[in-house]
Design a protein around this ligand. Structure first.
Ligand code: C5J
Length: 221
């Protein structure tokens, strides 16, 4: 049975048994000093404003028995899944694979890739390591969603305009109904976050919907 959330640009109906929460890349490398985000010159403290909303969304999903998927952007230690074009991009202080204060930057198994301590990962949750910005590329995400009969996705995570947006667009093209939870996502550039949410829900939800975590909670009352 579907529940209905007040959302933009109009109400979003979703069946909890066929809905997954996609928590994108809430890892130390993006939210804590010394990781990938900071080496690119960003103020990583800005992303912390998404933590209360992300926690609220995860708590709701766990309480309602919804599928929860956490993704982490990272590469194999030998960098065989990291295209040189990605590693060479920009002028960071540390490149992907270099040793930093939280281990090798964006490398699977290193401390920087861990999900931040503020967010709960329960035993039934799925954790997917992904080499791309989108979570479908070179992962088993599509198969997992199909096996579970998932049709609807609720997104949180960072950053809004990079990995969240890319994954939501990939999902939309694959036929999923997608909603971004506004207070569960953040960008190093507040204007980019707002622009991303605007462009997704424009033209009658051309890519998807947006709502607050409170509006998603309210759908269950
Ligand atoms: C970035 C991400 N911004 N998770 N990754 O490089 O959005």
């Amino acid at each position: 049975m579907a529940v209905v959330a007040d959302a933009l640009p109009f109400a979003f109906a979703f069946p909890p048994a066929h809905t997954a929460v996609m928590m994108i890349d809430m890892q130390r490398d993006f939210l804590e000093p010394g990781g990938f985000g900071e080496t690119l010159g960003n103020d990583v403290g800005l992303l912390r404003s998404a933590l209360p909303g992300a926690r609220r969304l995860l708590d709701l999903a766990h309480a309602q028995g919804m599928t929860v998927i956490h993704t982490r952007e990272c590469h194999r230690p030998d960098l065989s899944d990291c295209p040189p074009a990605k590693r060479e991009r920009g002028e960071p202080r540390l490149r992907i694979g270099d040793a930093g204060p939280m281990g090798r930057v964006l490398i699977a198994g290193e401390p920087g890739v861990e999900i931040v301590a503020e967010l709960p990962i329960l035993p039934g949750d799925i954790v997917i390591d992904k080499p791309g910005k989108g979570a479908f590329y070179a992962t088993t995400l599509g198969d997992i969603l199909q096996e579970r009969g998932i049709t609807h996705l609720l997104f949180g995570g960072v950053t809004t305009e990079v990995c969240v947006q890319t994954t939501m667009r990939e999902a939309n093209d694959r036929g999923f109904q997608c909603l971004v939870v506004e207070d569960a996502t953040e960008s190093y550039f507040p204007a980019f976050k707002e622009a991303t949410l605007d462009m997704m829900r424009a033209q009658g939800a051309i890519v998807g919907w947006t709502a607050t975590s409170a509006q998603i909670e309210e759908a269950f009352r």
